[in-house]
Write a protein that binds this ligand. Structure first.
Ligand SMILES: [Zn+2]
Length: 296
């Protein structure tokens, strides 16, 4: 996949080298508290919420626990740049798709790069969970070590596979913007978290995200000719390798809590391909919503 000259997204928060959200919050220090107090007196609002917001704003990237700058390997820096370029590309492509397909206005999600664990509006994010999307703060959370372990443990090398993983998370954001995610989440809440029905609904969300990643690939390829020989197979191979049944077989030593709720490798491959072939968002949403339980 050729990304030469592509812009990097500016909607990226780099929290790498910071351990967890609590510590990050303390990074605000005395200046942060003064700023918070000033903000409180000027803008009203209670101290708790101002400090809470401050925790988000004052996180200082690229320092370790002693305030020393963190050294990133060339590979990590390359992956960070690549991720920012891919996200930037999804912003352009999805803005175009939303306009052309009458889906309203596309609002960019945020991407948070972190290492180990970090606080999110959806609770504490852990690298072991793999990349995920949190609708509470409309952010993608990405620990780049996931890509490294993808390489080592899944043997799924290649940049298009990484792009596909990011596009899948952006797919969840599109589900949020179109209201599909909220609809299914409230269904899941009614069924009860972890129940068989809720897990089936989760498969619906995941297959649709794969389909939407395919839509992205469809338009990205149209605009940039970005999909090279072997790329599609590579991404599909990756989808296959991170499918539930496959992961289940290889479960020893590889933790992915959501692994039972993503659909089988074959399903994921089929949905990604369908999105890539049609680029038709509404059609994908309708199909996903209409799948009956025996198909999930
Ligand atoms: Zn997902």
């Amino acid at each position: 996949m050729d990304l030469d000259g592509r812009r990097e997204s500016t909607n990226v928060e780099d929290r790498r080298g910071m351990s967890g959200g609590a510590k990050a919050g303390l990074g605000g220090g005395i200046m942060g508290i003064i700023i918070a107090l000033v903000a409180m007196f000027m803008g009203g609002g209670d101290l708790g919420s101002v400090l809470g917001q401050m925790g988000q704003i004052t996180m200082q990237p690229s320092t370790d626990n002693n305030g020393e700058p963190v050294e990133f390997t060339a590979e990590e820096q390359e992956l960070a740049k690549f991720s920012k370029q891919i996200l930037g590309g999804t912003e352009d492509i999805w803005a175009q798709i939303f306009e052309q397909q009458g889906l309203g206005e596309y609002k960019d999600p945020k991407m948070v790069l972190y290492s180990g664990s970090t606080s999110t509006a959806c609770g504490q994010g852990q690298a072991a969970m793999g990349p995920f999307y949190c609708s509470g703060d409309q952010s993608l959370y990405l620990d780049l070590s996931f890509f490294m372990s993808m390489k080592q443990q899944l043997g799924a090398d290649g940049d298009f596979s990484y792009a596909y993983v990011i596009a899948h998370e952006v797919g969840h954001h599109v589900e949020y913007l179109t209201g599909v995610l909220q609809q299914i989440h409230s269904k899941m809440a009614r069924y009860g978290q972890g129940s068989a029905q809720a897990n089936k609904e989760s498969v619906r969300i995941e297959l649709l995200a794969d389909y939407l990643a395919g839509c992205w690939a469809h338009y990205d390829n149209k605009r940039f000719g970005s999909v090279q020989d072997g790329d599609l197979e590579e991404a599909i191979d990756c989808a296959q390798k991170i499918g539930d049944d496959y992961l289940q077989k290889r479960a020893q030593g590889y933790a992915m809590p959501e692994s039972f709720t993503h659909g089988t490798s074959q399903q994921r491959m089929r949905w990604f391909k369908a999105g890539y072939q049609t680029g038709d968002v509404k059609r994908g949403i309708n199909s996903a919503m209409q799948l009956d339980y025996s198909q999930l």
